[in-house]
Design a protein around this ligand. Structure first.
Ligand code: C5P
Length: 393
């Protein structure tokens, strides 16, 4: 049974949190409530104590409360930290790491997933600084539920209403419905790498990272614990996915090796540079003469190194080709000791590297399957379903 730590900050929507506690408990969650001082002006702690069956925590330095369950223990107890309603002030404090009361201190101490259901006046919601705070928190992996549009307690109409308790509970029950990758750990590489020539130049490729990020997002939604090792891309962070940003093929290799133990599956969707300059020039290279040469050396083959480990995970590679797709894909499957390879055409008018669409032809030992051109989210779901089938085969 999941432990929900429910934080309530000061706002008229705090009255809705009473129903939220009731519904969460009806769905089998165990709930403990933390309130800010401002929240207690809107609704009494006694209400939540009666509903949750536990004392309500309101102060950081309260001897009796700290003895019963100190703030660090409370943070550790939680499987989910949900703040509903979250005021603009509460969001601003989280975003800047302030910890001047129990709720904001718990945010800093919490290591579990954090969900925020904002509630505020529509002008406060749209204010640039609030939006910046939300962006920062999203980049830190915090999930936002709502807000919704509609009429507000202040008489205005717009975005800022707290999502209704039924919808919040539905969000969690859907999230916790056992997915086909429940309990599995997946490591995914994504994006291009950058091989530096000098302080301002590098060699790279057209990979957008979209396929790897779609795989990471879908794997997470299917219940996997996902680690994403990403080269430089223009893509937003993904809820509940640990992202490690790297630059070069060597950095990506090191990051993968640091995280590979205990992974059940590795999917190498990154377009890793095959060659890197012999050395990085400390100063900008000056132009000289009509021609020049670059001395390059081979990089380590990350996916092949993973597949050669004695306790290797189920290892899936990608083959992006402009010709002889099947031949090269099967060669890579064998040579790199992979369990599966997903091959796709690149350099065509539709699909591939820098596109939202793709088509894949997947090969494994004694089998193959073609996935038609579709968006990368759909394709990610199809590929992950196939991986699960092969894992269980
Ligand atoms: O040999 P090729 O680069 O075409 O193989 C592509 C597959 O190998 C992809 O899955 C890619 O992520 C992976 N790869 C790698 N490390 C490299 C080169 C490729 O993991 N240095």
């Amino acid at each position: 049974m999941k432990h929900v730590l429910l934080g309530i900050s000061g706002g008229i929507a705090a009255y809705k949190s009473a129903e939220l506690v009731r519904l969460l408990m009806r769905h089998g969650y165990i709930v403990r409530v933390v309130m800010t001082q401002a929240a207690t002006q809107f609704i009494t702690p006694l209400t939540f104590q009666a509903l949750s069956g536990h004392p309500v925590h309101t102060r950081l330095l309260d001897e009796s409360q700290e003895n019963a369950m100190g703030h660090i223990n409370l943070a550790r107890w939680a499987d989910i930290f949900l703040i509903a309603p979250a005021s603009a002030n509460c969001i601003a404090k989280f975003s800047h790491g302030l910890a001047d009361d129990l709720l904001s201190t718990l945010y800093l101490a919490a290591e579990c997933p954090v969900y925020i259901a904002p509630a505020m006046n529509q002008a406060m919601w749209h204010k640039a600084v609030t939006q910046e705070n939300i962006k920062r928190l999203t980049q830190h992996g915090i999930m936002f539920i709502g807000p919704e549009a509609g009429s507000q307690a202040c008489g205005e109409t717009g975005l800022g209403r707290m999502t209704e308790p039924e919808a919040i509970v539905q969000y969690f029950t859907a999230l916790h419905a056992a997915g086909i990758l429940q309990g599995k750990k997946i490591l995914i590489t994504a994006g291009p790498t950058r091989e530096a020539l000098d302080p301002v130049r590098y060699i790279s490729n057209r990979s957008s990272g979209k396929m790897g990020y779609a795989l990471a997002e879908q794997a997470q939604l299917l219940g996997a614990e996902v680690t994403l090792i990403s080269g430089p891309v223009q893509l937003p962070a993904i809820n509940n996915v640990k992202i490690h940003l790297v630059e070069s093929a060597a950095d990506m290799h090191a990051a993968v090796m640091r995280h590979i133990a205990e992974q059940d599956v590795m999917i190498a969707a990154a377009a890793v540079a095959d060659y890197t300059p012999d050395s990085v020039q400390p100063e900008k290279i000056k132009k000289q003469g009509e021609q020049t040469e670059l001395n390059l050396q081979r990089t380590q083959d990350i996916v092949a190194n993973v597949a050669s480990l004695s306790n290797k995970p189920f290892t899936v590679g990608f083959a992006a080709e402009t010709q002889n797709l099947e031949h090269y894909a099967l060669d890579k499957l064998q040579r790199k000791n992979l369990d599966m390879i997903a091959a796709n055409w690149v350099g065509q008018s539709q699909g591939g590297f820098d596109s939202d669409l793709n088509a894949l032809h997947v090969y494994w030992h004694n089998g193959e399957k073609a996935f038609k051109m579709t968006d990368k989210t759909q394709l990610a779901k199809q590929l992950l379903t196939l991986i699960v089938e092969r894992l269980n085969a």
